[in-house]
Design a protein around this ligand. Structure first.
Ligand code: ADP
Ligand code: MG
Length: 239
């Protein structure tokens, strides 16, 4: 049984046009699954459907074998990291990291334990009392990751989390995220429009164009056997 399964999922925001069409895909527990495609192809929409932030308009979404089309986000046991970090500027690093746990009324002692464990793992121990504006871009990104890690949710959804960073830092953070995912045994659904990022990070990759799945496979399969011209040119394989 797959952890997450989409069967014939479609989504339209209005009657004229559907943004996602007949999406079929299964994501396994512990997998680093990358969703790649050009801007406007429907990546963020698909991620938001999995998160429960948008309603599916057709098909079924399963988690652990159960249909969860209408399950509220808080009951899906997942965390999400966005492109723009979405840190609260008036809160300290510590308060930012603990925001979600506070909202869920996790008891204070456990909050402290999880905070210190997470801060240590993410190299943020010295920065806990700072405000976001006193941090570098990389440090801010790490706080956003820490906020997701501290939730201890088994499923993590990331929407272009590195696109605001410069190339060198991006390469470094790719590695950090990959290591973190392995270490915590997370199931990851990672959105990017960057082919290099997809090819270097993904256990498997799904290529999306214009709301339709073009191909799902391991990086090497996409490279050696692109399903169509779109995949070939997008991934940059010689065919
Ligand atoms: P991507 O993340 O791949 O760039 P999106 O999922 O953001 O793609 O968008 C896919 C399509 O859906 C685009 O044409 C976009 O304009 C449209 N779209 C996204 N969000 C909304 C919304 N809230 N209302 C109406 N249309 C939307
Ligand atoms: Mg997007």
């Amino acid at each position: 049984m797959s952890y997450i399964e989409l069967s014939n999922v479609s989504k339209s925001y209005d009657k004229q046009r559907s943004v996602l069409n007949g999406i079929d895909v299964s994501i396994e527990k512990g997998e680093f699954f990358v969703l790649v495609g050009p801007s406007g192809s429907g990546k963020s929409t698909l991620l938001r459907l999995i998160a429960g932030l948008e309603e599916i308009t057709g098909g079924e979404l399963h988690m652990n074998g159960k249909v969860i089309n209408h399950l509220p986000p808080k009951d899906r046991h997942l965390s999400m990291v966005f492109q723009n970090y979405a840190l609260y500027p008036h809160l300290t690093v510590e308060q930012n990291i603990l925001f979600g746990l506070n909202a869920k009324k996790v008891d204070k002692k456990e909050q402290k334990q999880r905070l210190h464990k997470t801060a240590e793992m993410m190299g943020l121990t010295e920065l806990l009392k700072r405000k976001p504006r006193q941090l570098s871009g990389g440090q801010r990104q790490r706080v956003a990751l820490a906020r997701s890690v501290v939730s201890e949710a088994p499923l993590c959804l990331m929407d272009e989390p590195l696109s605001n960073l410069d190339a060198k830092l991006r390469a470094h953070m790719r590695m950090e995220i990959r290591q973190l995912q392995k270490k915590l045994g997370l199931t990851m659904v990672y959105v990017t429009h960057d082919q290099v990022e997809a090819m270097t990070m993904g256990d498997r990759i799904m290529v999306l164009n214009d709301g339709k799945v073009q191909q799902v496979g391991k990086p090497i399969e996409l490279y050696n056997k692109p399903a169509n011209l779109f995949v070939a040119s997008f991934i940059g394989s010689p065919k």
